[in-house]
Design a protein around this ligand. Sequence first.
Ligand SMILES: C[S@@+](CC[C@H](N)C(=O)[O-])C[C@H]1O[C@@H](n2cnc3c(N)ncnc32)[C@H](O)[C@@H]1O
Length: 212
Amino acid sequence: MENQFKNNAIRGPINSWLLRIISAYMHYKFGEMKRVLFKDHPGTVVEIGPGRGENMRYLRKGTHLIAIEPNVHMHAGLTKTAQKYGINLEIRSLTGEAIDLDDESCEFVVSTLVLCTVEDLEQCLKQVKRILKPSGKFVFIEHVKARDNSVLAMIQNLLHRPWHYCFEGCHTNRDIQPFIESAGFNRLEIESYNLYSVIVPIIPQIRGIAFK
Ligand SMILES: C[S@@+](CC[C@H](N)C(=O)[O-])C[C@H]1O[C@@H](n2cnc3c(N)ncnc32)[C@H](O)[C@@H]1O
C-alpha cells in the first residue's frame, strides 16, 4: 500500500528528529517493560513501524531485524541505530497493512506506539497473524483511549486533531484492545495501565503478547 501521508517532506523529518531527542526519555519510561517483553526473542524479529529503531537496544547483537517502515524519513536513523547496536537490519518500505513476507514465516513480531497510527488496524493485525508461524508471538506496547468521561479522555479528545496532523495520522483516542481481541489469536496476555509521563495523551496504555 502506497502511503504518501507517512512521507511528508516537513513533518517526516521533524518526527524523526523528535524521536531522536526523546529517545533517552522513552528508554527511561519504557526500558524495563521492553526488556521483559522482548527477552527470549528469536534471531529474526519483524517490527512494524520501528521509527528510528528505538527498540534495537533491547535486541541481542546480531539480531536480524526486518523493519516494516513506510516513512522514508525514518530510514537513515534506522540504519544509524542498527550500526550502533550491531543489528542486521533489513528495511522494507511498506505499511503494516501490506507486509510482503510469506505466510507463517516469522516467530516474533513487535509493534510499539504504532497501532495508534496505522490506517487500517484490522488489516494490519490480519497481516501480523498471517506472517506468524503457529505459536509465534506478537508483542505490543500501545497507547490507547482513556476511560470514558475521565480527565485524560477529555485531554485526548481536545488534542486529537492537531496531534493527528502533527504526528502523521496518530490517533490519541483509539480503542485498540478490541481490535487485538477480535483478530483471531489463540491466546492473549494483555495488561492495561497508565504510564505517567509528560506526554499526557499517551498515558493510558496496553502491553502484552498475542500468541497465534
Ligand atoms: C510514534 S512512531 C513509533 C516508533 C517506534 N515504534 C517507537 O516505539 O519509538 C510511529 C511509527 O509508525 C510508523 N507507521 C505509521 N503508519 C504505519 C503503517 N501503516 N505501517 C507501519 N508503520 C507505520 C511511523 O512511520 C512511525 O515510524
